[in-house]
Ligand binder design. Structure first.
Ligand code: SAH
Length: 276
């Protein structure tokens, strides 16, 4: 192996950023200050890590590829505020890592993540309730569109609504495929989650609330009424669900794509209250 340039491995989703402009911009727009601890996922050859090292107080970068570890340790040998950890982020005890490295610091995530596990990574980071300030990640352009989609658009999905419970999500900028080596087949975009300190709604039955959101988008062409009536867990005849919707101001033909987090909170409450 040429130590200056470790070879890219497909199985780990390795597409390395080339040039400093994109990593500089990511670090600048990630909402990270000199007091922040930063968790990076998949540092690769460390091109983003270099920027985080000068932006944040401390950076901990978790990399799965064992062959990159000596290269990264060597590269950051003179940066006492960078720690490289070998591991799979999906198996990593993130709360333990924060406790070990970032005690008494606000913590953010900043990463060009491997696309083959985009959703599991995002769900772990967001649902884990680790107290992150911001999560800034490079994702496939289509994923960025879904995450930031508006109601009634084709990209609006359960992922959009779920994320809107935890954070306000903004697309920062697009990154064309030509900015990576090897060049990926897809274009990319950087998105930033500003995590809410308190969620926008407080559903009394959180499991029912999430279930209704998932059901609403499970069958794109069905109305919410039909999605709910088809679910054995909801346990109401269609007429009752129809009555719950219409007596609370929703059309019986309403679809998931027309509803935001506040609407789902109302509907989940109406259904729960009817159960009592
Ligand atoms: N941040 C670098 C590399 C991005 S490529 C850059 O911008 O150039 C994605 C990186 O994630 C690779 O280094 C890959 O080895 C690493 N990776 C893949 N799966 C991982 C996992 N499960 N846990 C941690 N890192 C992972």
């Amino acid at each position: 192996m040429n130590d200056k340039n470790p070879k890219a491995k497909k199985r780990y989703g390795q597409n390395f950023l080339t040039g400093k402009a994109v990593p500089e911009r990511i670090a600048r727009e990630a909402g990270i200050g000199g007091e922040h601890g930063v968790l990076e996922i998949g540092p690769g050859r460390g091109i983003l890590t270099e920027q985080l090292a000068v932006t944040a107080k401390k950076t901990v970068a978790v990399e799965i590829d064992r062959e990159l570890i000596p290269f990264l340790n060597d590269k950051f040998v003179n940066h006492s505020n960078v720690t490289i950890v070998e591991g799979d982020i999906l198996e990593t005890d993130i709360a333990g890592l924060i406790n070990e490295h970032f005690r008494d610091m606000p913590v953010s995530v900043c990463a060009n993540i491997p696309y083959y596990i985009t959703s599991p990574i995002l769900l772990k980071l967001i649902e884990g309730d680790y107290g992150f300030d911001t999560i800034t990640v490079m994702v496939q352009k289509e994923v960025a569109q879904r995450l930031t989609a508006k109601k009634r658009s084709g990209e609006y999905s359960s992922l959009t609504v779920l994320c809107s419970y935890y954070a306000s999500v903004k697309k920062l900028f697009d990154v064309p495929a030509g900015c990576f080596s090897p060049r990926p087949k897809v274009d990319s975009a950087v998105v930033r989650f500003d995590i809410y300190k308190a969620p926008p709604v407080n559903p009394p039955d959180i499991r029912l609330f999430f279930k209704i959101i998932r059901l609403a988008f499970a069958y794109r062409r069905k109305t919410l009424l039909n999605c709910l009536a088809a679910c054995p867990d909801i346990a109401y005849p269609k007429e009752v669900i129809c009555d719950i919707l219409t007596s609370n101001g929703f059309s019986p033909n309403v679809r998931g794509e027309e509803l935001d987090i506040y609407d789902f909170d109302k509907i989940a409450r109406f259904i729960r209250d009817r159960e009592r």
